[in-house]
Design a protein around this ligand. Structure first.
Ligand code: NOJ
Ligand code: NOJ
Length: 511
């Protein structure tokens, strides 16, 4: 398939054409489906273009094309791992033997090869694995920065394990795989990253958060670490690894995290608190309410983490996040777009944020967090459809009522809505509309040429901050996948056939 190649060749041209001042979406007369199809195609293109762009070492993923104001022309361990996990998702979805699947496999192998280069010889002693970012020629970034960042090695291990599993399932070369990412000496590949994660003084110790601002222990970091250890144990078994020290370390760390993570739930706050054991850095997050919570559960969804997206604790946090941002950003005052489609609030990192994408003034909503809200709700709907019922427990009633537009009060006891009950279909359909309204929000502020930056100006709605943020593109692709999954589930269920389609304008009576 020539498509990916031609897209790559086309990209410099598109970049030149697209360099005019972005405006808000003009609304040609298409709908969300049409826009999302176009935007996703562009996002895949933009994402791939930021992998090993000209002048960088093979395997490098630049965080954005922006080289000054702000300079994101670096390989971040976190961003690159998240982006390559999406690249692996494209690989998983590509048919074996096609040119596209070959190209994607090569990209993954180059990423793994770069990881080896960054891991060995060690940059900065064992602590070097917590280095947050590298220069694009593969040398260490030595300027002042919030370091270490202990989510990075966990995310990298998760991505590499996902790739290795797929590569083996496709009959890939096991000898090559072992040499690249599971050598017996364990100087590079998955094991050093997980040994770092499992170390009480390194990965489990204090570090900076994913926003690179606060030093402490974090819900996000701990959640991805936990998932990496679970995946690491599974993969160690696949590799027939009988290194009992390693197994014991992983197990001890996993148990440690399972004991520590519930401490991030605060009944008093009514939401997950992102930071515990604050030990320095920015101290402006009085609320301790952070959209990183959503990313944590989405980035670990495959590993069935301790807190799934469907945990009441996460549902409460989600509701608190939308409430906090709804009134904070002036653009959220617009509740429906020019064609009458509902607009959900755009979400930012946390209410007290002052990073405006260039420097410090007032924080803005972020593309990737608004897309994450959509993905989060699609994930919940997928779960309902999988279970074939919706259980409305006292702890989840507020969430269900909110996302389905139901205004009834919370029930006093749990009850279940089975899928053959017409209410089930109405709830699913309304929740899908609500999830869509977060993508409508992105659509409202995305420029017609599809180029996405990091942020959306809170007052004007224009793109702001690092241009062509690779992670923004990744977030569109994964939100679209989550939406597709919901659609596919509905397509295969007789309950959702056209002639059976529920009237989603009906007021819903949950009780
Ligand atoms: C401050 C921001 O808050 C942080 O997230 C960012 O990584 C650094 N500046 C560097 O751009
Ligand atoms: C700032 C973000 O806060 C951080 O999470 C990210 O790694 C860098 N920008 C690069 O995209």
């Amino acid at each position: 398939m020539q498509l990916l190649y031609s897209l790559l060749l086309l990209f410099p041209l598109l970049a030149v054409l697209g360099s005019a001042v972005p405006t808000r979406h003009d609304y040609e007369d298409d709908d969300l489906d049409a826009w999302l199809a176009r935007q996703t195609e562009f996002a895949v293109e933009g994402l791939l273009a930021n992998i090993s762009p000209e002048g960088t070492m093979r395997g490098v993923v630049v965080a954005a094309t922006s080289r000054d104001h702000p300079n994101y022309w670096y390989h971040w361990t976190r961003d690159s791992a998240l982006v390559m996990s999406v690249t692996n998702g494209l690989y998983v979805r590509s048919s074996a033997g096609t040119e596209a699947s070959q190209l994607l496999q090569t990209r993954m192998l180059e990423f793994v090869t770069l990881a080896r280069h960054l891991q060995f010889p060690p940059r900065n002693g064992a602590e070097g694995l917590g280095e947050p970012k590298f220069n694009v020629d593969g040398t260490t970034f030595t300027g002042p920065w919030g370091r270490p960042q202990n989510d990075g090695p966990a995310l990298r291990a998760l991505t590499i394990i996902q790739f290795a599993e797929e590569y083996l399932a496709r009959g890939g070369d096991e000898t090559l795989l072992r040499e690249l990412l599971y050598p017996a000496h364990a100087r590079w590949g998955i094991k050093p990253d997980l040994a770092f994660v499992a170390s009480p003084t390194l990965g489990l110790g204090l570090g900076f958060d994913l926003w690179e601002e606060v030093k402490g222990h974090f819900f996000y970091t701990r959640t991805v670490q936990h998932a990496a250890l679970v995946a690491g144990q599974r993969f160690a078994a696949t590799m027939g690894d009988d290194d009992s020290w390693y197994w014991a370390d992983l197990e001890r760390a996993r148990q440690h995290l399972e004991a520590a993570l519930p401490n991030h739930w605060s009944r008093a706050h009514g939401h997950i608190i992102e930071t515990l054991n604050w030990a320095g850095g920015v101290d402006n997050k009085a609320s301790n309410l952070d959209a990183a919570t959503l990313l944590a559960v989405l980035h670990t969804r495959r590993e069935n983490g301790l807190f799934s997206p469907y945990s009441p604790e996460i549902q409460f946090t989600f509701l608190r996040l939308i409430d906090a941002f709804e009134s904070l950003y002036p653009i959220n005052g617009e509740k429906s777009d020019p064609v009458g489609d509902p607009l959900a609030p755009a979400l930012g990192r946390y209410a007290e944020d002052v990073y405006d994408g260039y420097g410090k003034s007032a924080g803005n909503p972020w593309v990737l967090l608004t897309a994450a809200a959509a993905e989060y709700i699609y994930a919940s709907i997928t779960q309902w459809l999988k279970e074939g019922e919706i259980t409305v427990a006292p702890s989840s009633a507020r969430f269900i009522n909110r996302v389905t537009g139901n205004h009834d009060d919370a029930p006093l006891c749990a009850f279940t809505i089975p899928q053959h009950d017409p209410t089930f279909r109405v709830l699913v359909s309304n929740a899908t509309r609500f999830a869509d309204s977060f993508l409508n929000r992105v659509r409202r502020h995305a420029p017609p040429d599809g180029r996405l930056s990091e942020q959306i100006n809170r007052e004007t709605g224009f793109m702001q901050g690092a241009s062509d943020l690779t992670w923004s593109y990744a977030s569109i692709v994964t939100a679209n996948w989550a939406r597709e999954e919901v659609k596919q589930q509905q397509a295969t269920s007789s309950l959702f056939r056209q002639d059976n389609a529920p009237d989603n304008a009906l007021p819903v009576a949950v009780q």
